[in-house]
Ligand binder design. Structure first.
Ligand code: PXP
Length: 258
């Protein structure tokens, strides 16, 4: 690409700091402390997923994250009445709507934006009317992108799990191509494009090199790597890997959180 590629924001997902805390039911390690440290290490935003079963992040965490961190909070949640009430009460900077199944270990697939148009449309409108930026976590599938556009969601986050989990180089290349095409389609539809799930030092580069991608949300790998190098070190290295991938473009100055 010639010209400027926009600054690529790094959202640090702190869910699994809470997972470790909850293993003992106490207060340590504190996800808010992790968020403050992530900010000092170069995170542009903090992401947290409030699940129906509260397996990691809790309601108190969301209350504290909105009050105590001086960074945009991206609240991941399912499109349920309960979560809508919580989002409207706490007014995070952004909400990312994700599909949620109780029995899954992590968010397995993308949201069926195409199949749930009727329920998602008023849901998104209520969040948007409250000034909350809405993104839809979807598979890199042309149908889902069209549906996101029809729903007037300003942002899509492309699921990178299949790309990261692919064992064969050919499969990973095919998944990457799907994501590249979806990112281009998002840009042509006027949707801001984010990406995330399963990203690591090894897999982040080709995703960060997609010029229209504006934000990456990364959690599990960073929290795992923190065991070996500390959270600040892991975030700084991730930032460096992103910047290396982006270096082939002239990058526009940071325009802050969108
Ligand atoms: N983006 C979304 C929408 C997610 O649900 C998750 C997982 O909570 C992530 C990004 C981050 O994935 P990971 O923890 O694998 O980096």
């Amino acid at each position: 690409m010639n010209g400027l590629a926009p600054h690529l924001r790094l959202g640090v997902n702190i869910d699994h700091v809470a997972t470790v805390r909850n293993a003992r039911g106490g207060t340590h390690p504190d996800p808010v402390r992790a968020a403050l440290l992530a900010r000092a290490a170069g995170a542009d935003g903090i992401t947290a997923h409030l699940r129906e079963d509260r397996r990691h992040i809790t309601d108190t965490d969301i209350l504290r994250l909105t009050a105590e961190i001086n960074l945009p909070l991206n609240l991941e949640m399912a499109a349920t009445g309960e979560m809508l009430g919580i989002a409207l009460k706490h007014r995070p900077h952004a909400v990312c709507l994700v599909p949620e199944k109780r029995a899954e270990r992590t968010t397995e697939g993308g949201l069926d934006a195409a199949g749930q148009h009727a329920t998602l449309k008023p849901f998104i409108a209520k969040l948007s009317d409250a000034g909350i930026r809405v993104s839809l976590f979807i598979a890199a599938d042309p149908r889902q992108l069209e549906a996101a556009s029809a729903l007037q969601a300003p942002v899509v986050e492309l699921h990178t799990g299949g790309y990261c989990d692919a064992l064969l180089a050919a499969d990973r290349a095919a998944e990457l191509e799907r994501i590249q095409k979806a990112a281009a389609q998002a840009a042509s539809l006027g949707l801001e494009c984010h990406a995330g799930h399963g990203l690591s030092f090894e897999t982040v580069g080709p995703i960060a090199a997609i010029p229209s991608v504006r934000e990456l949300n990364i959690g599990h790998f960073l929290v795992g790597e923190a065991i070996f190098t500390g959270l600040a070190g892991a975030i700084k290295r991730m930032r460096a890997e992103i910047d290396k991938a982006r270096a082939k473009f002239a990058v526009a100055p940071s325009d802050g959180a969108k």
